[in-house]
Design a protein around this ligand. Structure first.
Ligand code: ADP
Length: 236
């Protein structure tokens, strides 16, 4: 659980947050949707303590794992090596680590690429390795900053399915920020919409549809989608 209470943050004359409050539930996937420049990255950084802000942050999470839009895999290590790097500190036994790495790569359908180097992977494949790595890292919370940005819808859906497969095995607390409402509809338990400057919560929704069966353009979301778009464009 993470709770932001009356958070204020400014950069020079730009007031990003002014007494902003929000709660993040444990073991759930929260999407924060907002326009570019609305304060999403700043929010993630405040949540994990990477930047300081006025106000209070309460958290009982044990560590944070971050997935960025551009992957940060180590180029001199193979796919397997990249995962091993973060597991080494947690699991001393090599055989146990290898088994776990195998299972994680299987979840994201990348077993065949275990010995490849990051520069030989496509963007989507590299992003799937990053996701597996984030789950390998012993953190109770995962923060994602526009992890699906710039990918076509099919690839996006595949990545979202991969993420979901990893998450189902071990339900971490997840906060991901995006400007794409559709991504939030596919993955989130709860969707918070940011608007205005300084940013405030202008919508707070719970899709309540079994995630495993969600597909892009799912008609069960039409009412919710319309409401979110309406709120989003009316206030931004
Ligand atoms: P988003 O992630 O929604 O695009 P950001 O959190 O990156 O938004 O930025 C929110 C606002 O704060 C923007 O106006 C941005 O220009 C400004 N900002 C973010 N980081 C800095 C910084 N380090 N220095 C100055 N201004 C910043």
């Amino acid at each position: 659980m993470i709770e932001l209470k009356e958070i204020s943050k400014r950069y020079g004359d730009t007031v990003v947050f002014d007494r902003f409050s929000m709660t993040v539930e444990s073991g759930k996937i929260l999407a924060v949707v907002g326009n570019s420049g609305s304060g999403k990255t700043t929010l993630l950084n405040i949540l994990c303590g990477l930047i300081e802000a006025d106000g209070k942050v309460f958290s009982d999470e044990t560590g944070f794992s971050y997935i960025f839009q551009n992957t940060t895999l180590v180029p001199s290590l193979t796919v397997k090596g990249n995962l091993d790097l973060v597991l080494k500190h947690k699991i001393p036994d090599r055989v146990t680590r290898e088994k776990l790495i195998g299972e994680m790569l299987q979840s994201v359908e990348l077993e065949a690429l275990a010995d490849r180097y990051p520069l030989t992977l496509s963007g989507g494949q590299a992003q799937r390795v990053s996701m597996a790595r984030a789950f390998a890292y012993p953190a109770s919370a995962i923060l994602m900053d526009e992890p699906f940005k710039g990918l076509d819808l099919r690839l996006k859906a595949k990545l979202i399915a991969s993420f979901h497969a990893l998450w189902e095995k071990e339900r971490r607390t997840v906060v991901f920020v995006t400007h794409e409402i559709e991504e939030a509809l596919l993955l989130a338990d709860r969707i918070v919409v940011l608007g205005g400057a300084p940013a405030r919560i202008i919508g707070d929704f719970e899709p309540g549809v079994d995630r495993a069966s969600r597909i892009a353009g799912d008609p069960r979301f039409s009412q919710l989608r319309a409401e979110i778009y309406d709120r989003f464009y009316r206030e931004n």
